[in-house]
Design a protein around this ligand. Sequence first.
Ligand code: CTP
Length: 404
Amino acid sequence: MLQGKRITLIVSGGIAAFKSCEAARLLMKAGAEVQTVLTEHAAEFVTPLTFEALTGKPALTTEWAKNPYSVMPHIELARTSDLLLVMPATANLIAKAANGIADDLASTLIAARRSPIAFVPAMNQAMWSNPALKRNVEHLKLDGAAFFGPVEGLQACGDKGAGRMMEPAEICELADALFSPKTLSGKRVIITAGPTYEAIDPVRGVTNRSSGRQGFEIARAARNAGAEVTLIAGPVSLPTPVGVRRIDVVSARDMDQAVQTELDQSPCDLFIGVAAVADWRPGAVSIRKIKKDASGHSALQDLLWSENPDILARVGERPGAPLTVGFAAETAEGATLSAFAREKLIRKHAALIVANDARFALHSEENSIRIVSASEEEHFGPAPKRACAEFIVAAAARELARRG
Ligand code: CTP
């Protein structure tokens, strides 16, 4: 989404300004055209030359020096930018922006803006909780500005709390998301992802080879589409997409419980069951490691199994159920794969089933999918899991819109 986008990076004077250099590099890497504007105080922390080297364009600090734009760079940049990204956004610049004060290049550009604007605050935790600052932030949000962060953590001054600037990679991800079509705006989406782990004893269990990657990409794509996303994840080692609420679970029953609690707590528009849920669990979990006896026999050989709840089917059966999308990860292709998907569509009361050949998708960066509904079938891929996720989210959003 950032490819070819003209982003004006406005850097104000805080210690986090050094992170803006890395963000500028990442935005360039994503294909954006970056023009930097520094406040006078920002130039005390990082030099204009650093940004010039990273972006290939002279960084501007004042209206009054010769620059590659017209005599009014604030107007020209306001006209041509696709996004103003204020990073770090200090309490001072936020206050000026909220109150329309325009007394230097950065603040006049903000006052003259025509494009979306996002602020990435960074300041001491006491400053971030100051009521005047809070009022200014609320003002800017009402005016349509986006805020990325801040996050909690250790601060440069030694304090701990909210006020730390987000990491550059997360900022670029959210900037990218601003340009996605908001097909799920105002919708609440719950997604399950990853494997489940069914304990046998304290050291053993039954699980599967799901990496969780496709589910996490779907969570990211739904967030980009404007949804409020809750991701209920089995044991995986993946970072949470920024802005997504994550609940970690272990077993199928934990996952089912988490899903039901979420649905009870507030209405949900779309449920996407991507998790590879274990169908069975050992009937009883031994509290001690199961040992072999003298003859080599182990109780592991005699395990009895209990059936796990079918999470997707249970969601589909609820009164006022959300639109449900399931997966069918099979070891089949072609018409057989579609037939398996159709059977699951009916059995699990799903609106859509995304079918794939698990032999191809497991632990791969790519996937090849077919989306089956009661009346249609669409094919997509092979393509990166991110692209598949966007395709799936777009199909789910269309189905939601169709059903009104
Ligand atoms: N699913 C679920 N709860 C289960 C089993 C599966 O929510 N206990 C969901 C998965 O998240 C997926 C869909 O149902 O969206 C299909 O899962 P799959 O394992 O392919 O289907 P099963 O019903 O287990 O059928 P089978 O194993 O016979 O193919």
